[in-house]
Design a protein around this ligand. Structure first.
Ligand SMILES: Nc1ncnc2c1ncn2[C@@H]1O[C@H](COP(=O)(O)OP(=O)(O)OP(=O)(O)O)[C@@H](O)[C@H]1O
Ligand SMILES: [Mg+2]
Length: 314
């Protein structure tokens, strides 16, 4: 086992009365994707900015590739790339010109900067649009360009702050493919997201943060296992919902949630309940079920449970 390439211990950061980080710990093994998942205001961007040396913590410390983010910020910067929550490219310039400009800003010799720009445009599917002003790019293309400007110096660790927020499904898929390509090359990625499916798709490990601290960590499957399986029931007659809720509550000890007309869902904390028992008990109560299914929870349900918000009723 090698040491984790990103380590944060007890990071705290306040802005006046706002305690953005309240003792955040993170540990990311080299070559993996860590998904930092949290609702608005959870502290994701604050954490990324500290790890990327753009801000300093009040207390606590963090190391990237062994370098301290405060005392050795220069070495940290030489090893990382950061694509912020808001795009940094110049809209009036073409994609190619942006990449060349960043290459020069990073002190690459002109010829090398030009060659690297072309390599990246080719590799990440932007060559056809290379000479058009970024102004005319789609949101997805723009994000991809933003992402590849971070790759000019081949960083060991890449921070992506909400890389797909506001993108349509196809553009999100393209960004996901780009991230997978990077990881195949050995880059370690720490990405923040509010999208559960994004973390499910990309992350080896997930750290769920809320109110500035990590409230759960694990692989997507481990997190799903934490809250146990779910039981979904569809009733023949929606009017039987209250009776069905009573039966399910008695069987599981948990509060069922109505998930639609005549549909309810309940967590099975122990995970041990036979479908036959459910059907029989409903039957005894005079409730006819059209469908009873046992399933793994979605990451959404895990997240809602962990962040202690009411489960959505649709
Ligand atoms: N520079 C700042 N000055 C004052 N308050 C700040 C500053 N930066 C962050 N905050 C506050 O700290 C808290 C955490 O903010 P942060 O941007 O880290 O959240 P986030 O998880 O990235 O949220 P989002 O999903 O909306 O991007 C919020 O309450 C925010 O208002
Ligand atoms: Mg943010």
């Amino acid at each position: 086992m090698t040491d984790p390439i990103v380590v944060a211990e007890g990071l705290r950061k306040s802005f006046g009365d706002t305690h953005a980080l309240q003792g955040l710990d993170l540990s990311v093994p080299q070559g993996t994707v860590c998904g930092v998942l949290g609702p608005n205001g959870a502290g994701k961007t604050t954490a990324v900015r500290i790890l990327a040396t753009l801000s300093v913590p009040d207390t606590g410390h963090a190391r990237i590739a062994g370098y301290d983010v405060v005392r050795e910020a220069g070495q940290v910067r030489a090893n990382i790339g950061l694509a912020g929550q808001y795009a940094a490219v110049d809209e009036k310039l073409s994609g190619r010109a942006n990449l060349r400009m960043f290459g020069r800003l990073y002190h690459l010799p002109r010829r090398q900067a030009y060659r690297r720009a072309d390599e990246l445009l080719e590799r990440f599917g932007l060559m056809d649009a290379a000479d058009r002003p970024v102004l005319g790019y789609s949101g997805g293309m723009r994000r991809r360009l933003d992402l590849i400007t971070c790759l000019i110096l081949r960083p060991q660790v890449l921070f992506l702050d909400e890389p797909t927020t506001g993108l349509d499904p196809r553009s999100r898929g393209e960004i996901w493919d780009s991230v997978r390509e990077l990881v195949a090359d050995g880059t370690t990625v720490l990405l923040t997201t509010q999208y559960l499916d994004e973390a499910d798709q990309l992350a080896d490990d997930i750290a769920v943060i809320d109110h500035g601290r990590v409230i759960a960590t694990g692989t997507p499957d481990e997190l799903k296992a934490v809250i146990g399986d779910r039981l979904d029931v569809t009733l023949e007659d929606p009017a039987a919902l209250p009776a069905a809720m009573g039966v399910l509550n008695a069987l599981t000890g948990a509060d069922p949630a109505a998930t639609g007309a005549g549909r309810l869902s309940v967590a099975l904390p122990g995970g041990r309940l036979r479908l036959a028992d459910v059907v029989r008990e409903l039957d005894h109560a005079g409730v006819a079920a059209a469908d009873v299914t046992l399933r793994r929870p979605t990451l959404d349900e895990v997240f809602l449970r962990l962040t202690d918000r009411k489960e959505t009723v649709r």
